[in-house]
Design a protein around this ligand. Structure first.
Ligand SMILES: NC(=O)C1=CN([C@@H]2O[C@H](COP(=O)(O)OP(=O)(O)OC[C@H]3O[C@@H](n4cnc5c(N)ncnc54)[C@H](OP(=O)(O)O)[C@@H]3O)[C@@H](O)[C@H]2O)C=CC1
Ligand SMILES: CC(=O)N[C@@H](CCC(=O)OP(=O)(O)O)C(=O)O
Length: 307
């Protein structure tokens, strides 16, 4: 049976990429509103009531409004915004961490933020298995392509043409911190230092560790082995056992729904860099939404993904 899927915000950066992934698939019948209707509350309410699934690709405020418009409908929702990431009644849409069954059964799924996807993929299994302490004050450095900031940041980078690197989040308190802390099981909020580089898409998320100073921490190989075991058989997450000399983001990178993890250790074993490489619009947004939708619709998990 064909499932009807309403993409609210289909004209935006994340929405367009979800449409691209779903449009060729016969299992789905997309509900898309034209320019004249796409912000009409009435048209959107009707769409919610006609759909089996809806994917919200909207700013937070509009996503909260969307959930209200869907009240009373049988529609199952995946929200790509940060409005419901730590809200009661919502399942965090990270099947590798919360379990595929939990996502498959959920009626309200909140897609993880792009930076938290890298951070949590690295840290959550290690803290959960007791190989790193949950009460350590962790730091996370990350760079993202400018599409991570949606249409507004894309326009800014493309119009300016001269920004090579943009450090931001300098007042701390980035909106991703609560989900990073909650789903990694941390006692303290991580110090999060994000930046944007002059590439359309792609990101590198890093957690540096003074391993030698940490109480109850496993050695470098133990950390890597744990991640290898945890993601064994995952079609999306790959834990690399080799340690290359460099990791590159390419300005013209093609869409990818993969998530690549690395564990680099110093020779003396005292320092470690946990590194995740992903596409902010892939496993960081649209790819993750499609993965969750596949599970919710009882379809093969990776159908339609670029892996
Ligand atoms: N870009 C990324 O890498 C990631 C984005 N996200 C999240 O996904 C969501 C969408 O982000 P993104 O696609 O980047 O943002 P964009 O700004 O590119 O797109 C948002 C879209 O929502 C539309 N919109 C705004 N308000 C309303 C409304 N009231 N009713 C209907 N449509 C509305 C906008 O319309 P208009 O075109 O007129 O502006 C726009 O088309 C955000 O919450 C973002 O934080 C999550 C992970 C990664
Ligand atoms: C480069 C850039 O600006 N990135 C965005 C996060 C993108 C993302 O993950 O979006 P949501 O969590 O909002 O859904 C930011 O830092 O706000």
């Amino acid at each position: 049976m064909t499932a009807r899927v309403f993409i609210d915000g289909a004209a935006g950066t994340t929405g367009l990429e979800i449409v691209e992934r779903l449009a060729p698939r016969p299992e789905f019948d997309l509900i898309l509103l034209d320019d004249a209707q796409r912000k009409s509350a009435e048209a959107r309410r009707e769409a919610y009531h006609a759909a089996d699934f809806a994917v919200l690709c909207l700013p937070d405020e509009a996503a909260r409004e969307a959930v209200a418009l869907a009240e009373g409908a049988k529609v199952r929702i995946i929200d790509a915004s940060s409005a419901h990431r730590v809200a009661d009644g919502w399942t965090y849409g990270f099947p590798e961490l919360v379990g595929r069954d939990a996502v498959a059964r959920a009626t309200r799924v909140s897609n993880p933020g792009c930076y938290p996807t890298g951070f949590l993929a690295l840290l959550a299994p290690l803290v959960r298995k007791g190989l790193l302490p949950g009460d350590w004050p962790y730091t996370c450095h990350a760079v993202s392509g400018y599409s991570g900031g949606g249409k507004a940041l894309i326009e800014r980078f493309e119009a300016d043409g001269g920004i090579a690197f943009r450090d931001y989040g300098l007042a701390m308190g980035h909106k991703h911190v609560p989900e990073m802390q909650r789903y990694a099981g941390l006692a303290h909020a991580p110090l999060f230092a994000p930046a944007v580089v002059d590439a359309h898409r792609g990101m590198v998320v890093e957690v540096p560790l003074h391993l030698g100073l940490m109480p109850h921490a496993a050695p470098t190989d133990g950390l890597r082995d744990c991640l290898v075991d945890f993601y064994a058989g995952s079609p999306v997450v790959r834990v690399h056992e080799e340690t290359p000399d460099e990791l590159l983001l390419r300005a013209g990178a093609q869409p990818s729904d993969r998530l690549d993890l690395y564990v680099f250790g110093s020779r003396d074993g005292n320092q470690v860099r946990l590194v995740a490489v992903l596409d902010n619009l892939g496993k960081g947004a649209s790819g993750a939404a499609v993965q969750s939708l596949n599970l919710m619709a009882d379809l093969p998990e990776t159908a339609g993904l670029a892996l």
